[in-house]
Design a protein. Structure first.
Length: 441
């Protein structure tokens, strides 16, 4: 929760220089100290978990922290400033990779990813792969739902969407399926850092990686980093006026996790950028990505991707409010807890789509708040879910700090008239394109 509060604070980042007035110096100074300490602690923890000697871990972490503070505190945008910001990002990612490769796969997620990568590399259906049960029977009964384990093997195949199987294959070619997650998070952070023009934008980009849970997230193989990269690509593509690219990334984003279905109402926040061609891309990309795997074996696909999600058991070790209440009052976990969490996330998404101003920054913020509401009531809520929520807040903060997170009066007028804001990429050959509307900074 402390990490989420820190991320929300950064998400309110101002486009002003860090020392804008004498009165702000104490607050900015305290913020710089806090930011530096977070980066230092994250780097030191991750380096020590990678079996680096403690004095060396502390020293390298201190250098990374100092580089991060210098980068964020710089008023100018230069290559040197961005390279300084890249130092802590590279340190964290290298340490996380070393830890992952040193420890090897330790939980079922990593085995699922590697199994899917190996299956696709040999032209086999990842949803027909038979996985062995890694845990002893007493633990397995708490981790898996009824009927999942029979005779020491799982009766379900790869439990993630096809996009995750495809990205795991890329990691498999690199030697370990989990490396796809490392590459995705690295790409998201370094892309936002390279394009950031303001201190708050650089802080958001660095914080995307420099948080204490990154090492565990990447070592386990949790797949949220793929969704984070796609969300960052949507925001960056909109900022740079590449709206067809944004539409493709948006379509991929919605098929990167099953529970993203609750976010469908948030598409209304992107209406200033909508045209029929872009909506066609948003709808076509998920179909192209998913339909071949459904056609491969419809029964196995449904059982692994959909049915698996609904038979997952209540986890007393989950970090959600519902679990706290149930455990504190020694209540029996209700069977409707899972569907209720999904409905809450969907309801929050509907309210935010109705109340927030239309923009890509609002979309990213609403993604964080809707998923946060769902996770806080969920029967399964762990570090990876909260990391995705925090990352979405940081991406929203990056968008706001870069000054193009909202649409101007021209776009607002086009919304009122029921017309879409046209961009260059939709102009017919030989037809002049009007420049995209300038966003209110």
């Amino acid at each position: 929760m402390g990490g989420l509060i820190a991320r929300a604070t950064i998400a309110r980042g101002s486009p002003r220089p860090p020392f804008d007035g004498v009165a702000s110096v104490p607050f900015v100074g305290a913020g710089m100290v806090g930011f530096g300490l977070i980066v230092w602690f994250s780097a030191a923890l991750t380096l020590s978990q990678a079996d680096l000697a403690t004095p060396l871990s502390v020293g390298v972490a201190a250098v990374a922290s100092l580089a991060a503070v210098i980068s964020v505190n710089a008023s100018e945008t230069s290559l040197r400033t961005k390279l300084m910001g890249a130092v802590p990002v590279v340190v964290m990612l290298v340490a996380s990779t070393v830890r992952a490769l040193h420890d090897g796969p330790t939980v079922d997620v990593a085995f699922f990813l590697q199994g899917a990568a190996d299956a696709l590399a040999h032209g086999s259906d990842p949803y027909a792969v038979v996985f062995r049960d890694l845990y002893d029977p007493s633990l397995s009964s708490r981790l898996y739902g009824p009927g999942v384990v029979e005779g020491g093997v799982l009766t379900y195949g790869f439990p993630y969407p096809p996009l995750i199987a495809l990205t795991a294959t890329i990691g498999g070619f690199l030697g370990d399926a989990r490396l796809a997650g490392v590459a995705a998070l690295a790409a998201a952070s370094l892309m936002l850092l390279a394009l950031a023009r303001r201190p708050a934008g650089r802080a958001a980009a660095i914080s995307l990686v420099c948080t204490p849970g990154v090492g565990l997230l990447l070592a386990v193989g949790w797949t949220e980093s793929i969704s984070i990269l796609l969300l960052a690509c949507v925001v960056v593509a909109v900022h740079r006026g590449h709206l067809a690219t944004a539409a493709v990334c948006l379509g991929l984003l919605f098929v990167s996790k099953q529970y993203f279905a609750v976010l469908l109402p948030l598409l209304w926040l992107l209406r200033p950028y909508a045209t029929p061609r872009r909506w066609l891309l948003v709808c076509a990309v998920p179909l192209v990505t998913t339909l071949p795997f459904i056609a491969w074996n419809p029964g196995r696909f449904w059982r692994s991707v959909v049915e698996w999600q609904f038979i997952q058991p209540y986890r007393p070790d989950a970090s959600s409010l519902s679990v706290v209440v149930i455990e504190h009052f020694h209540l029996a976990p209700p069977s409707w807890l899972g569907p209720t969490a999904l409905l809450l996330g969907f309801a929050v998404a509907c309210v935010l789509a109705w109340r927030l101003p239309p923009s890509v920054a609002s979309f990213s913020l609403a993604v964080a708040l809707s998923l946060g509401a769902m996770v806080l009531l969920s029967k399964q809520a762990f570090l990876n879910y909260f990391f995705l929520v925090g990352a979405a807040l940081l991406v929203a903060g990056w968008s706001l700090s870069e000054g193009r997170g909202s649409v101007d009066a021209v776009a607002a007028a086009s919304i009122e008239e029921g017309t879409a804001v046209e961009r260059r990429d939709d102009c017919a050959p030989g037809r002049s394109a009007s420049p995209p509307p300038r966003a209110v900074g």
